[in-house]
Design a protein around this ligand. Structure first.
Ligand code: HEM
Length: 170
C-alpha cells in the first residue's frame, strides 16, 4: 500500500528511516504492538494523514490484499455473503491463530441482521483501532460488490457498527 502511495523510492526512504529491511517482513511473525503502531504512525505522517484516516485506508486495502493474495482461499471459505462473513470472522481468526498462536485477534458479534441493515459489535483489548474496523467493513462491502455505508455508533463503547446496504440504490 505504501509503495503504491509513495512510489517505491519514497517507501524505500521511509523504510530506511524506520530501520526496516526485507528481513523484517516475515510471514506469520507476530510484531509487538508498539512497533506496529510506530510504523503506522510514520506511514500516516509520510502520507500527511491523521493516524485514524490511515487505519481506515489500511482496512480497505487489507481486504483487497487478502482477497487477491495468499489469503484468498481463507476469505472465500469464510463467507459467500457479507452477513455470513461477519458471522464467521471469529471462526476464521481462530483458525489463523492455530498457525500464529501469539496473534491477538479481535472478537466480532453480528448482533442484528435485517437483511439490508446489519449491526456488528467489535471487542479487543487494543484501543484506537475502530477506524481500522470501519475500513475493513467498508472493504468487505466492496469485496461482496455491495453498495452501502458503514457507521460507527456510540453504543457499546463506540465499538458497535451499523452497515446499511443500499441494494439497488444509486
Ligand atoms: C483472510 C483474511 C484475514 C486474516 C488472515 C486475518 C488475520 C489477522 C491476524 C493474524 C490478526 C492479529 C494481528 C496480531 O495480533 O498481530 C488480525 C487482527 C485483526 N483482524 Fe483480521 N484477518 C483477516 C481478515 C479480517 C477481516 C475481514 C476483518 C474484518 C472486520 C478483520 C478484523 C481484524 C481486526 C480489527 C484486527 C485487529 C486486532 C484487534 O482489534 O485487536 N480481519 N487479523
Amino acid at each position: 500500500m505504501m509503495a503504491n502511495r509513495l512510489g517505491s523510492a519514497g517507501w524505500a526512504e521511509l523504510e530506511r528511516g524506520l530501520g526496516l529491511g526485507a528481513a523484517d517482513y516475515i510471514t506469520a511473525r507476530v510484531y509487538a504492538d508498539d512497533q506496529t503502531i510506530g510504523i503506522c504512525s510514520a506511514c500516516a505522517d509520510a502520507l500527511g494523514q491523521p493516524l485514524p484516516d490511515f487505519f481506515f485506508d489500511f482496512g480497505v486495502y487489507w481486504v483487497e490484499f487478502a482477497a487477491s493474495g495468499p489469503y484468498r482461499g481463507v476469505m472465500q471459505s469464510t463467507g459467500t455473503t457479507l452477513a455470513e462473513m461477519l458471522a464467521n470472522l471469529d471462526r476464521m481468526h481462530n483458525t489463523i491463530r492455530q498457525a500464529m498462536p501469539q496473534a491477538q485477534t479481535p472478537l466480532f458479534a453480528l448482533v442484528e441482521d435485517r437483511g439490508d441493515s446489519l449491526i456488528i459489535d467489535y471487542r479487543s483489548p487494543r484501543e484506537g483501532l475502530e477506524p481500522l474496523v470501519s475500513g475493513l467493513l467498508t472493504g468487505l462491502l466492496d469485496y461482496f460488490g455491495e453498495q452501502g455505508s458503514v457507521t460507527r455508533l456510540q453504543e457499546h463503547d463506540g465499538r458497535r457498527f451499523h452497515i446499511q446496504l443500499g441494494r439497488g440504490q444509486a
